[in-house]
Design a binder for this molecule. Structure first.
Ligand code: NZQ
Ligand code: ZN
Length: 386
């Protein structure tokens, strides 16, 4: 096992009727800005519940955070924060709203030029506003981590940052609010959470059996409970298990002391930036081919995953590893998630070359758990995904 540090200060408040506790989580003298998306929180009643819970606070609202949140929109929130002297942010919605709020929290106190450089140049975040989360969509894990992914519309770039200063102070996890999700978003949530585990697990053996079994247990739970939540978003028990699995998939626990990959996410973000494909679906497009292309490096873990998660016992190690990739693809298909770029767009020619050039320009020349995946390899993986 490798050396590691683990720090996660996020207070989780999970379940039904929990928003009655919201007022006690925010310091009394704070002026709150509630940040949300396109209006789902009006349909599922969360907006009204929060307004009632915070009736003794001054609460302003900023709406219109879009899926794959935009830098341009986040910058508009900064004007309101400064004009109204807001000192606490409350993100209400899915991962996009949470990510936008993290960026806004950091950008509001960034005094060294254009906050875009937090993303484009990894400029360190030295201060951030405090913020809480009310989560209505199980998927990203953003509710219990310090990372965010922001898109710049003008340049079609989708970039990530993280900072120890951008953990939420608290996160309410509301499986019942997620019952209003369209099936497509539930499927996205299952696949995104699944792929978060895979990015931290599908590498090479690191003699970390506890982390491996944590990861495998999350994958197994997603395989069992995800389809139930997908079939019926009203199934509170299944949605609860999906929501907690998604949180556990990316709160730092399973990556302690083990190698991590994340190349699938880096390639996937480019497909969202270029074509607007849902984040999770870009991962389903890239992952199977990433595993095929890097088969020799990953086959030992692929076979372990095949045996322990899918119960594949027949054949050689290579047979099990191949079968595990096929099982993964079939699982995504069972959730209505297509796994080829051409299922989503007809104008995919040249995509692989574009992505590989962007990675070269950014200096992303060694991806994956061994830093061995070069832009030329990225080009081949994306081409295999057409
Ligand atoms: O905007 P509203 O009206 O709220 O509608 C949203 C949105 O249209 C809707 N929705 C949310 N909760 C709902 C609901 N509709 C009905 N009922 C509810 N209870 O769902 C749509 C999608 O929401 P979004 O927040 O975009 O989805 P998700 O949570 O999947 O977040 C995706 C974003 O997170 C980033 C992705 O790149 C993408 O931008 N990620 C963030 C990560 C992180 N911070 O750790 C890690 C991930 O890998 C990912 O990259
Ligand atoms: Zn993801």
């Amino acid at each position: 096992m490798n050396n590691f540090e683990f720090f996660n200060p996020v207070k989780i408040i999970f379940g039904k009727d929990q928003l009655t506790k919201l007022a006690t989580q925010i310091p009394k003298n704070k002026k709150v800005l509630m940040i949300y998306g396109g209006g789902s929180i009006f349909k599922n009643g969360v907006h009204a519940t929060i307004k009632a819970a915070l009736k003794n606070f001054t609460v302003l609202e900023f709406s219109g955070i879009e899926p794959n949140p935009k830098y341009e929109t986040a910058m508009k929130a900064l004007e309101l924060i400064k004009a109204e002297k807001i000192d606490f942010l409350l993100a209400v919605g899915g991962g996009s709203v949470v990510d936008a709020t993290k960026f806004i929290a950091a950008a509001a106190l960034f005094n060294e030029g254009d906050p875009w450089e937090i993303l484009s140049k990894h400029r360190p975040v030295k201060a951030a506003m405090p913020f809480g989360v009310v989560l209505t969509l199980p998927a990203t894990g953003s509710e219990m981590n310090s990372g965010a992914v922001i898109t710049r519309e003008a340049s079609h770039e989708k970039l990530a940052f993280s900072s120890p200063l951008t953990f939420p102070v608290f996160s309410f996890l509301l499986p019942d609010a997620a019952s209003s999700l369209p099936q497509r978003q539930v499927a996205n949530g299952v696949v995104d959470a699944f792929m978060h585990v895979m990015e931290q697990y599908m590498t090479y053996p690191a003699n970390a059996p506890l982390q491996d079994r944590f990861a495998e247990s999350i994958l197994q739970t997603l395989i069992e409970e995800g389809p139930k939540a997908y079939a019926n978003p009203d199934n509170y028990e299944a949605m609860s298990n999906l929501m907690w699995s998604a949180t556990m998939a990316l709160n730092g626990i399973i990556s302690c002391g083990v190698p991590q990959d994340w190349a699938v996410h880096m390639m996937g973000h480019e497909l969202t930036a270029q074509f607007g494909i849902d984040h999770a679906r870009t991962l389903a497009i890239i992952a199977p081919n990433h595993y095929k292309f890097n088969f020799e490096n990953k086959k030992s873990k692929l076979a372990q995953y095949g045996e322990r998660v899918w119960g594949i016992t027949a054949g050689t190690l290579d047979d099990k590893a191949h079968a595990a990739i096929e099982k993964t693809v079939a699982f995504f298909h069972s959730l209505g998630v297509d796994t080829k770029l051409s299922d989503y767009t007809r104008t995919y020619e040249g995509t692989a070359q574009n992505i590989s050039k962007r990675f070269t320009d950014r200096g992303w020349i060694g991806l994956g758990e061994r830093q061995s995946i070069k832009p030329a390899d990225v080009e081949k993986i994306v081409e295999m995904s057409y």
